[in-house]
Design a protein around this ligand. Structure first.
Ligand code: HGY
Ligand code: MN
Ligand code: MN
Length: 416
C-alpha cells in the first residue's frame, strides 16, 4: 500500500452499507426500489435524515436557493476553497437503491472516517446533495448543479413545472428546503463523485473500479404532434388526423436513427403524453419526448438534424401540426487529469482492478466540471441495470467505491 495522505484511513464498509439500507425506506417500493422524486415528501424525509446525520458529525449544513444541501467540515487552511464530494438523493419513479444515493452516503462515510480519526484536511470538505439530478419530475436533469454552475438561473429552475403544474419553487417551499444561501458563485478546489456505472462494461470485464474520463454529450427534445380529436366509431380511417400514429412512427424513427449511428449513439422516446387519452376518441394530441446521446457533439448535431427532419416528414404525411423543440443541450465533458490520476492511484494502491471509462449517464459532475477540477469514480452494478427497481450492487462494490473516494480525496487534498 503506497498511498499515505490519510495514514491509510479505512472506511467502515458495514456502516456505509447500513446507511444505504436504512435510507432506502424513504420512498421504498414493494419491488425493492425507491420512488423519491425531487422535492417530494419522500425527498423531504431523506433530506431530514441526511441533515441529522451530518449535524451529528458536527458539520455545518447549509441549503441554497434551489435546495442543494452542503455539509461542511473545516480544513487546516480556511483560505482554501472547499472540495465537494457527493451526488444526489432524488430518484427516478422506479429507481434503485444506489443511483446517486451511493455517492452521497459514501461521502458521509468518508467524512465519518475523517472525524473519527481526527484527520485534518488542508481544504474544507463539503458533502453535497444536489437537487433534482434525475430531471424526472422537473426537467431538465441535473437542475440543482446546473444552477450552481450558472447554466440555469434560479428563477428558471424554480419556475419549472411538474405534470400537475406544481413549480419546483413551490415544491421546495412545501418540504422546507428552499434555502437562503446563494446558489453557486463560490470557488471550489475540486469535486469528486462516486456513482454506479449504470451500464454493463465494468461487470462484463470484471473490473472493480471505473476511472471515469468524462461524460458523453446529451440532448433532450419535445415533439408535439397535433391532429384532430374525432369519434373512433363514426370517423372513417381515411382522412383521420391521428396524433398518436404520428408520435408512434416518430418513436420508431428515433430508434432507427440511433441504430444508424451505432455503436456509440443512443436515442430514446421515453414518454408519450396522449390527449384526450380516451379509448373511443381519435387522439388529437401526442407529446413525445426524446433523449439522445453520443460521445461526440458533432455526431449529435447530425442526429439532431435527422430526428427533427423525421418529425417534420411524419407530421406532413399525416397532416399533423408539429411543435419541435430542443429543451436541453449538455456538451461532452472531459474530467480533470489530476483528479483522474488520484482515482487511478487510489484504485491501484488498494489493489482494485480498474479501467478507464466514459459515462453514458449524465451526472452533476458534468456541470461542476465547468467550475472546478472534477471527476467521478464508478463501481459496477448487477447486469448494468439502473433506473430500475432491480438495480443492485454488492457490499464489496460499495466498500471499494467508498475507499477509493476517500483515498482520492485525501491524495488530491494533500496536493493543494
Ligand atoms: O439522465 C441521466 O443520465 C441521469 O441519470 N439523470
Ligand atoms: Mn445518478
Ligand atoms: Mn439516474
Amino acid at each position: 500500500m503506497t498511498l499515505d495522505p490519510g495514514r491509510n484511513l479505512r472506511i467502515d464498509a458495514a456502516r456505509l452499507w447500513d446507511t444505504l439500507m436504512e435510507t432506502a425506506r424513504f420512498g421504498g417500493t414493494p419491488k425493492g426500489g425507491i420512488c423519491r422524486l425531487a422535492a417530494s415528501e419522500e425527498d423531504r424525509q431523506v433530506r431530514g435524515w441526511f441533515r441529522e446525520a451530518c449535524g451529528a458529525l458536527g458539520l455545518s449544513v447549509t441549503v441554497d436557493g434551489v435546495g442543494n444541501m452542503f455539509a461542511r467540515r473545516e480544513g487546516r487552511r480556511p483560505g482554501l476553497p472547499p472540495i465537494l464530494i457527493g451526488s444526489h438523493l432524488d430518484t427516478q419513479p422506479t429507481g434503485g437503491k444506489f443511483d446517486g444515493v451511493l455517492g452521497v452516503l459514501a461521502a458521509l462515510e468518508a467524512m465519518r472516517t475523517l472525524v473519527a480519526a481526527g484527520y485534518e484536511t488542508n481544504a474544507p470538505v463539503e458533502i453535497v446533495n444536489w437537487t433534482d439530478e434525475e430531471g424526472s419530475r422537473f426537467s431538465p436533469a441535473m437542475m440543482g448543479s446546473g444552477v450552481f454552475a450558472g447554466v440555469f438561473t434560479p428563477e428558471e429552475a424554480l419556475g419549472t413545472k411538474d405534470r400537475e403544474g406544481v413549480t419546483l419553487g413551490a415544491a421546495l417551499d412545501g418540504i422546507g428546503y428552499r434555502g437562503q444561501a446563494a446558489v453557486g458563485g463560490r470557488a471550489l478546489s475540486g469535486y469528486l463523485e462516486l456513482h454506479i456505472e449504470q451500464g454493463p462494461i465494468l461487470e462484463r470485464e470484471e473490473r472493480e473500479i471505473g476511472v471515469v474520463q468524462g461524460v458523453q454529450a446529451m440532448r433532450w427534445y419535445d415533439a408535439r404532434f397535433t391532429g384532430l380529436d374525432a369519434h373512433t366509431g363514426a370517423t372513417p380511417m381515411a382522412g383521420r388526423r391521428n396524433a398518436l400514429i404520428g408520435a408512434a412512427r416518430f418513436a420508431l424513427a428515433v430508434d432507427a436513427i440511433a441504430n444508424e449511428h451505432a455503436p456509440d449513439a443512443v436515442a430514446t422516446v421515453g414518454t408519450l403524453d396522449v390527449r384526450p387519452n380516451s379509448r373511443n376518441v381519435v387522439p388529437g394530441e401526442a407529446l413525445a419526448t426524446v433523449d439522445a446521446r453520443h460521445p461526440d457533439d458533432a455526431t449529435l448535431d447530425a442526429m439532431e438534424a435527422e430526428i427533427e427532419a423525421a418529425a417534420r416528414a411524419i407530421a406532413k404525411e399525416l397532416s399533423l401540426a408539429l411543435d419541435f423543440a430542443r429543451i436541453w443541450l449538455q456538451p461532452a465533458v472531459r474530467f480533470d487529469p489530476v483528479l483522474i490520476g488520484c482515482v487511478r492511484e487510489a484504485a491501484k494502491a488498494n489493489g482494485f482492478s480498474a479501467r478507464d471509462i466514459t459515462s453514458g449517464a449524465g451526472h452533476d459532475a458534468a456541470y461542476v466540471a465547468r467550475l472546478a477540477p472534477s471527476t467521478m469514480v464508478f463501481v459496477p452494478c448487477a447486469g448494468g441495470v439502473s433506473h430500475n427497481e432491480a438495480e443492485s450492487i454488492r457490499f464489496e462494490d460499495a466498500a471499494r467505491g467508498g475507499q477509493v473516494l476517500l483515498d482520492a480525496l485525501l491524495a488530491f487534498d494533500a496536493g493543494l
